[in-house]
Ligand binder design. Structure first.
Ligand code: KG4
Ligand code: ZN
Length: 336
């Protein structure tokens, strides 16, 4: 089954053709970073306008790269939410129109489920059940995953998402947008132990997260070290971001591995943009090996938003005969 998948939940326009939910025939992404960079974050109105311009060329490119025509496609999958509603509506409306015009079945996909399923694009995906950590710009949640469509949420952030904390700290220090990859790179040469930032545990039995106290601690640190006229020395910036990153990573690793123990599971899957973080990937693997837990992390380009992961989920539902009606709406909040 060849599924054409479309993803427009935030600021990237993505389209992919995926064979049997596993093999990528094409996976095209058009990033809007240059548009939003000067505002230090995604401007929703600009994002949806750009999706309108990009969706047809990106879908056309996905079909051309896959070397398939529309009549060789068996179904369409599209992100329905959560995300920016104006952005979601562009992809969803396009997918519905194409489904109607071409007489193809279509299905709406939850963006969180798509992130959790990106691992199935890899050579050796895990067996169910597993613990799934979703860490992105909008979400930080832990799930027990028993199969496609079978999710039990074990915990989530009570305030900022992990990626949001990366973006806000980078903005505070004037480092640019998006903050995650910039902090990841700068941290390589920083000292992660230079500053002891707080780690919110929220009680020993809690699998929830909180990053707003950590963000405030970084703000307070910066305020108590006023910027010299010649700017902050490069090594101080590296130490601040590296210590901040260490605090985020430590909490994510501890809670994720503890939830695996708690559920008696030996497999853990990371997903979402923050799962591209070098230090998180490294520490999760190091600490898991002590408890003999196997860690599965998609390649970085499958961690950040992409349409191929939407194709994985779309295939699973379409092959079971599950279809969405043409009246399907987009939702900025769509629980999993
Ligand atoms: O999954 P994603 O592409 O979009 C959402 O669904 O939000 O995640 C984007 C988030 C941004 O906050 C970005 O700063 C963060 O993921 N991110 C990273 C890295 N790459 C992207 N955070 C830390 N380290 C990275 N290497
Ligand atoms: Zn995402």
């Amino acid at each position: 089954m060849r599924v054409l998948a479309i993803e427009t939940s935030c600021d990237d326009t993505g389209a992919a053709v995926v064979l049997d939910g596993r093999k990528i025939l094409s996976n095209v992404i058009s990033s809007q970073i240059p548009i939003h960079q000067k505002y230090g974050g995604v401007v929703p109105e600009l994002a949806s306008r750009r999706h309108i311009e990009s969706v047809v060329p990106i879908v056309t490119e996905a079909l051309e790269t896959a070397k398939v025509s529309l009549n060789e496609i068996d179904g369409i999958a599209v992100t329905q939410g959560p995300g920016l509603v104006g952005s979601l509506l562009v992809g969803l409306s396009f997918a519905k129109s194409l489904s109607f015009a071409a007489g193809l079945p279509f299905v709406g996909v939850n963006h969180i489920e798509a992130h959790l399923s990106a691992i199935f694009l890899e050579e050796k995906p895990p067996r169910f059940p597993f613990i799934g950590l979703v860490v992105s710009g909008g979400h930080t949640s832990l799930f027990r995953v028993d199969g496609f469509g079978k999710y039990k949420r074990l915990g989530q952030t009570r305030d900022d998402a992990a990626g949001e904390a990366f973006d806000k700290v980078a903005k505070l220090l004037g480092l640019g947008y998006p903050g995650g990859p910039i902090i990841d790179e700068l941290s390589k040469a920083g000292n992660p132990k230079a500053i002891r930032f707080p780690r919110a545990s929220l009680g020993k039995d809690s699998f929830d997260f909180s990053f707003s106290g950590l963000k405030t601690a970084v703000v307070n640190y910066v305020k108590s070290h006023p910027e010299p006229v010649e700017g902050y020395p490069e090594n101080l910036i590296r130490d601040i971001v590296s210590s901040f990153q260490e605090a985020v990573v430590e909490v994510l690793v501890k809670k994720t591995l503890r939830s695996a123990q708690h559920q008696g599971l030996k497999r853990v899957v990371l997903s979402g943009g923050v799962a591209a973080n070098r230090r998180l990937r490294e520490r999760m693997k190091e600490e898991a090996s002590e408890g003999k837990i196997k860690i599965y992390i998609p390649s970085p380009s499958f961690c950040t938003d992409n349409a191929a992961m939407v194709g994985v989920v779309g295939y699973e539902y379409l092959k079971r005969g599950i279809r969405s009606p043409l009246s399907l709406n987009a939702f900025s909040n769509l629980p999993l």
